[in-house]
Design a protein around this ligand. Sequence first.
Ligand SMILES: [Zn+2]
Length: 146
Amino acid sequence: MTSVRAGRRRVDWGALADAARAALGRAYAPYSKFRVGAALLGDSGTVHVGFNVENVSYGLSMCAERTAVYAALIAGERKFRALAIATDSPNPISPCGACRQVLAEFCSDLPVLLVPLRGRPRRYTLKALFPAAFFDFPGAPRRTRR
Ligand SMILES: [Zn+2]
């Protein structure tokens, strides 16, 4: 896998995909059996990982992408350079709408790599996946970096 620039610094997409795959291995998905891992590269260079966490009360389940974002926020990271999402699927699977909205809160032009079980990963930008995110409303605080 190649490295590409995200902003001014290179992203090691191979390492980020590997981190997402490793996170997938720790997913808690006893109901759907559909495991997802996410690896979010922060501006600091730290990789924050997440995986899906299901619950018998299905509505309480949480996606891998959002657990990665929340782990990063807990660690004090607020700006991100890249995201890799690994799944058990033979095809690349893109993030759900809720995760796209949460990711857009912090970086609407985030490069996103979708890593299938086998086969070729596909890369998008969050802006391409989510072109009309909800950002502004009357009285909303001014956004400084998206
Ligand atoms: Zn999601």
